[in-house]
Design a protein around this ligand. Structure first.
Ligand SMILES: *[C@@H]1O[C@H](CO)[C@@H](O)[C@H](O)[C@H]1NC(C)=O
Ligand SMILES: *[C@@H]1O[C@H](CO)[C@@H](O)[C@H](O)[C@H]1NC(C)=O
Ligand SMILES: *[C@@H]1O[C@H](CO)[C@@H](O)[C@H](O)[C@H]1NC(C)=O
Ligand SMILES: *[C@@H]1O[C@H](CO)[C@@H](O)[C@H](O)[C@H]1NC(C)=O
Ligand SMILES: *[C@@H]1O[C@H](CO)[C@@H](O)[C@H](O)[C@H]1NC(C)=O
Length: 900
């Protein structure tokens, strides 16, 4: 049977081959001419039928070449006129081939169907031909990072469909062309969102005419040119503008233009070294979306007053090297202010943080899993999943980042996840991504080393490398927008293509054609039989997957490949027995939702918590799988870390980081005898809120926890809170946009009544549960006691006119003798979280901001860890059970599943 099937497949292949051998002869000739002058082309560019033979990097429609993607191929040579014969071409990506040199031929204007032209980071020289204006359908034009010289062709103004115009980092000179009735100009580009002209030699004034309220621009980059004169006030009419960079030019302006404050969508404003004088207008800081204000190297003077109405997106104000003499900080903001090199920092006295030179590098490196030995042979590199391979590498360069700590591993983790997700959804065989060495290049842009490791083999083939490059060329990859601004990608040369010559196939085919002869009816019948058998097998596989959620994993395991779960490792049952002393009674630390929990010790001394499912519980199996899949994707300080799992011999075991101080539930109830004062409660609330914000707003896809309660919040040795127990959690895929209709699950008392009524689950259901948790934090009462719900109790007892809202009777007596600064705001926040209607509740990121505010009112710095000294432990009794997953003590706090 085996050899016969092989034969059949080949026959089918031949038929396809014969039918499809129809690549347009003009296109064949054009590609063959290019092949003659280009070096380092894919090895399978042989034969006379590029479409039918599947030449790498070529795609066709109706036997015409429609798409060429050969980015990062190491191509060398020139782009000849031959390209102009490919008149059905829609996408041409030759980006990141620095060996492609010489001029861009004028005949490129013949490619009338072209929508996407990516020639960025090649070695092109000479002028950009004026014929580029004939490409009427062009939407994306990236000519950046070449050596183009001469003027910007005015004909670009004819490209009425153009969305993306990137000419930055060339040697373009002269002025910016605008229309004058006879000649076209860039002011005609009403649909264009991106004007990237930075790093050229443009001169003259920016014409007033180029901007108007009909423009759709979101990014305008004129940085690093030789532009002079005033900055046109018409720029203030472009209300869509989000990023504006005018740095390093020779403008003749006196102060920061007043129209800047009318750009209500502005997120990044850079005017570095632009001869600005006078004071910084205070209304600039109240722009609602402003995140980065880069004004260093000017002559701005006087008092820096950021006012009281600061936009809540603002993260960085960089005023290094100006003449600022005073700072009127109002406090309470989480804004990084840079004033190094100003008179204010030259005076003696206490050094303020705003005088410390900003961090410009960080040693961040994507964390690795346990590699027994990280040494790889020869020039291979070890991936984060401990595989030795040849990664595809490059640099990601961000125009803006919306966080100030360069070592912010959560941000890089989110970036890494979004990269992986992009590769996965494009079915690219990427096993893992690592990011390292974040650095501020010329203290303006963040650069980050990027490596993608191949899945299942040591190196990538050409197809995969060019497809990865294309994802960056055409911006299919979008970084998490709350953390990263616009980006560029610069690839390194890849010298490890796995492709091998494939010229052996042809001869086999010929032999089989001869052998097959007239027996094709018989062959066809057996072919159908084969397909049928294959289908039956798939059906059986599917059925078994249905009854056992791990069937697919087991299949993969038998094939020798362990499920690809980033960060989490698969432990063997033998190992776990060793770490727990054969699951000894001494190591038993409690029982959780569906089984027993043991403490274990890894060979390196690290403590782990092992959650072992009870056998035979179907519910548990699903929860188990959900938890592994979700937790292995999330990594955050305030979320309990999953180290691994084991699913051998009907054992379902999860391995977590060990969290020594047990659950918040136990702590509040006094079981663990840790005294938690008001400030510690605030910190616990903040930690939990940060963990939830990560799940809702940074995890990709977002995750709804569905079972937020004090029993699921664990406290580590510093009383840092970590969200645990993801058995009921739900990821939200894009298609579900905001809500999921599900069977109602959760815990009574914490459960969102709106969700309970409508079965529609949104992040706001977690916000509700979190609100209940906040009330629990100040009252130390269970959500339902003696039949009364805490939300109702507080609402009834509350009198906003009185001190502490008159809640003395309900508040935990333990904290009552402290000065409860900010308590009223805390109660307000809790009550807004438990609003009846989800839309009226705040988002978790808003909750975080408010708790930070409250902490400042209480005299705490929300960004400083408060190490808990042992003195805060009262009469710590030796025998008391400090364990992460406790028995849930009361019946009414156990997890509830409504039957449908
Ligand atoms: C700030 O600079 C402006 C313009 O150079 C000047 O007129 C003004 O007197 C300066 N103000 C202070 C407080 O030095
Ligand atoms: C400092 O800020 C406060 C609050 O915005 C304002 O009332 C005061 O006038 C400012 N002082 C100076 C010198 O700008
Ligand atoms: C980052 O990449 C650059 C070049 O792309 C290289 O020179 C540098 O060594 C890399 N740094 C690290 C830490 O890998
Ligand atoms: C390149 O690799 C991918 C994935 O590993 C594979 O699907 C594809 O067929 C390969 N292409 C060639 C031409 O070998
Ligand atoms: C990028 O290419 C993909 C695949 O061809 C396409 O679906 C997507 O729309 C393109 N994106 C842009 C922004 O052109």
């Amino acid at each position: 049977m085996e050899p016969r099937i092989e034969l059949l497949c080949l026959v089918v292949f031949i038929q396809v081959y014969i039918i499809a051998a129809v690549t347009d002869s003009g296109d064949v000739a054009a590609l063959n001419s290019l092949k003659d002058i280009w070096r380092n082309l894919p090895l399978n560019w042989v034969g006379s039928d590029p479409c039918g033979d599947g030449w790498e990097g070529i795609q066709c429609m109706n036997s015409r070449v429609s798409l060429i993607t050969l980015g990062s191929m190491g191509l060398e040579g020139q782009l000849s006129d031959d390209i102009s014969s490919l008149t059905e071409l829609q996408t041409l990506d030759l980006s990141q081939n620095q060996g492609l040199t010489g001029p861009l031929p004028a005949s490129i204007g013949n490619l009338k169907k072209l929508t996407n032209l990516y020639l960025n980071r090649c070695g092109f020289t000479g002028p950009i031909p004026n014929t580029i204006g004939s490409l009427q359908r062009l939407v994306y034009l990236s000519l950046n990072s070449n050596k183009f010289s001469g003027q910007i062709p005015p004909s670009i103004g004819h490209l009425s469909e153009l969305n993306w115009l990137d000419l930055s980092d060339n040697q373009l000179e002269g002025s910016i062309p605008v229309s004058d009735g006879t000649t076209p100009g860039l002011d005609m580009l009403a649909n264009t969102q991106h004007f990237h002209f930075g790093k050229n030699k443009l001169t003259g004034e920016i014409p007033e005419q180029i901007f108007s309220s009909k423009m759709s621009l979101i990014h305008v980059l004129f940085d690093d040119n030789e532009l002079s004169g005033p900055i046109p006030s018409t720029l203030g009419l472009v209300q869509s503008l989000q990023v504006l960079d005018l740095s390093n030019n020779h403008f003749d302006i006196s102060g920061i233009p007043t129209w800047v404050s009318s750009l209500s969508s502005l997120a990044i404003l850079r005017m570095e070294s632009t001869q600005l004088q006078g004071h910084v207008p205070v209304d600039l800081f109240s722009l609602p979306d402003l995140q980065i204000l880069g004004l260093k190297g000017n002559k701005l003077n006087g008092t820096l007053n950021i006012g009281t109405n600061v936009g809540n997106q603002l993260s960085l104000v960089d005023l290094q090297n100006n003449d600022i003499t005073e700072f009127n900080g109002t406090g309470g903001h989480n804004i990084e202010i840079e004033l190094t090199g100003n008179p204010i920092c030259q005076e003696t006295g206490p050094t303020e943080t705003y005088c410390e030179p900003p961090q410009s590098t960080s040693l961040f490196n994507t964390p690795r899993s346990y590699c027994s030995s990280a040494k790889c042979s020869s020039d291979q590199v070890s991936s984060t999943t401990c595989k030795c391979a040849y990664p595809y590498t490059g640099t990601l360069i961000f125009i803006g980042i919306f966080f100030s700590d360069l070592g912010n591993s959560a941000a890089y983790k989110a970036l890494q996840e979004s990269l992986m997700l992009c590769f996965q959804s494009n079915q690219l065989p990427v096993d893992s991504v690592s990011l390292s060495n974040p650095r501020m290049e010329s203290s303006t842009f963040l650069s980050l080393n990027f490596s993608a490791f191949p899945y299942d083999r040591a190196s990538f083939n050409r197809t995969v490398v060019s497809r990865i490059t294309f994802l960056f060329s055409n911006r299919s990859f979008k970084p998490p927008p709350s953390l990263f601004g616009p980006y560029f990608f610069e690839s390194d040369e890849y010298n490890y293509f796995s492709d091998e010559p494939k010229d052996t196939k042809k001869s086999t085919i010929v032999i089989i054609i001869g052998a097959a002869g007239g027996g094709s009816v018989l062959l066809l019948l057996s072919l159908l039989a084969g397909v049928y058998a294959f289908r039956q097998k798939k059906k059986a596989e599917r059925a078994s997957i249905k009854s056992d959620p791990f069937a697919r994993w087991n299949v993969m395991k038998n094939n020798g490949s362990i499920p690809q779960l980033k960060g989490a490792r698969c432990f063997s049952f033998e190992e776990l027995k060793k770490y727990t002393n054969n699951f000894s009674e001494a190591n038993y630390i409690g029982s959780g939702g569906y089984g027993k929990v043991y403490k274990g010790t890894l060979p390196n001394g690290k403590l782990i918590a092992i959650k072992r499912a009870q056998q035979g519980s179907k519910q548990g199996v699903l929860e188990f799988k959900t938890e592994i899949e979700l937790l292995s994707r999330v990594h955050h300080k305030n979320i309990v870390g999953l180290l691994g799992f084991c699913f051998e011999r009907h054992e379902q075991t999860l391995i977590y980081e060990y969290v020594p101080n047990g659950s918040l539930n136990e702590t509040l109830s006094g079981m663990s005898r840790i005294r938690v004062d008001w400030t510690k409660r605030l910190k616990i609330a903040l930690d939990t809120a940060r963990g939830l914000t990560y799940l809702h707003e940074l995890a990709n896809p977002p995750i709804i926890h569905r079972d937020i309660k004090s029993a699921n919040i664990l406290l580590d040795q510093h009383l840092t809170a970590k969200v645990a127990d993801f058995g009921l959690s739900k990821p939200i895929s894009d298609s579900e946009k905001g809500h999921v209709t599900t069977q109602v699950k959760g815990t009574m008392g914490y459960m969102d009544p709106e969700y309970y009524m409508t079965h529609q689950l949104t992040e706001k259901s977690d916000v509700y549960s979190f609100g209940v948790l906040l009330l629990e934090l100040i009252t130390t009462r269970k959500p339902i006691e003696r039949g009364k719900h805490i939300v109702k109790e507080v609402r009834m007892a509350m009198d906003k006119a009185k001190d502490l809202y008159s809640l003395h009777q309900i508040l935990d007596p333990v904290i009552l003798d402290e000065s409860l600064k900010g308590l009223e705001k805390f109660v307000d926040l809790a009550m807004s979280c438990v609003e009846e209607s989800g839309v009226d509740r705040p988002k978790m990121s808003e909750v975080v901001k408010e708790i930070e505010n409250i902490m400042q009112i209480a005299g705490m710095n929300p960004n400083v860890e408060t190490p808990t000294s042992s003195s805060s432990y009262e009469g710590l009794s030796k025998g008391s059970p400090f364990h992460p997953f406790s028995n849930e003590s009361s019946a009414n706090s156990s997890t509830f599943v409504a039957s449908n």
